[in-house]
Design a protein around this ligand. Structure first.
Ligand code: BG6
Ligand code: MG
Length: 218
């Protein structure tokens, strides 16, 4: 299949902003209230995973069973705490090189989209003045199926009238890499090769991406 890349789709958490620490602080507090410890290592499993799926993983770590009503309550409480943490975010929490690379992509005439599982994505974009970097934004409030389901990325391609073969995805989580592949898109993994085993190209951060690498690799 001929691939001519015309669109870059970016995940938010862990690719553009360093929010994993806030999700972790909020989930750790949930665990503490429920009477168990939640480690940073356990938290790795939550990256890229939707809020309710994250809660299920957390509860399995603590070997705790809750009713659906209690789960809603805990997820909501965690989200309120998370929101209070991100309300104080500053532009220096934008990951190194992210803003610059997305601008570079746009200046080269490619389209850009955000494809984030988070229902708080718009809050973060607005808070950090990042909204104008994207031609389309698809977040957790616009999809039924969370990553690794390809729905988010397929919706982003559709919003920009692009074929999947014209899109590449930038992702820091395995669930996101799998979602990109399920959509029929190539994926640049942001992070370490130990975590992102089957990404098509892996870089440690967007500060290490050059425009030429898109042409060379895809
Ligand atoms: C993803 C994060 O981007 O969004 C996950 O990597 C998070 O850790 C998920 O659980 C959902 O976020 P939110 O803001 O809707 O709870
Ligand atoms: Mg992510």
């Amino acid at each position: 299949m001929m691939r001519i890349i015309k669109t870059c789709i970016f995940d938010l958490d862990g690719v553009i902003v360093d929010t994993a620490k806030y999700h972790y602080m909020a989930w750790k507090e949930t665990a503490r209230e429920l009477g168990f410890d939640f480690t940073e290592n356990d938290n790795e499993r939550l990256k890229g995973v939707s809020r309710m799926a994250s809660l299920e993983i957390l509860l399995s770590v603590g070997k705790i069973k809750l009713s659906d009503e209690e789960k809603e309550y805990q997820a909501d409480k965690k989200n309120k705490y998370y929101q209070s943490l991100i309300a104080g975010m500053k532009p220096d929490e934008i990951l190194h090189g992210a803003y610059e690379f997305i601008e570079l992509v746009r200046n080269a005439g490619l389209k850009t989209a955000l494809g984030s599982a988070s229902k708080n994505a718009m809050t973060i974009l607005n808070r950090l003045n990042l909204t104008q970097l994207f031609d389309a934004v698809i977040d957790g409030s616009q999809v039924i199926n969370a990553k690794p389901n390809p729905e988010i990325f397929l919706k982003a391609a559709k919003a920009l009238n692009m074929d999947v073969a014209q899109c590449i995805v930038f992702e820091d989580a395995q669930a996101g890499v799998d979602a990109a592949h399920a959509a029929g898109m190539k994926c640049v993994g942001i992070g370490s090769p130990d975590v992102l085993k089957n990404a098509d190209l892996i870089v440690s951060g967007l500060d290490k991406m050059l425009l030429g690498m898109i042409e060379e690799n895809f």
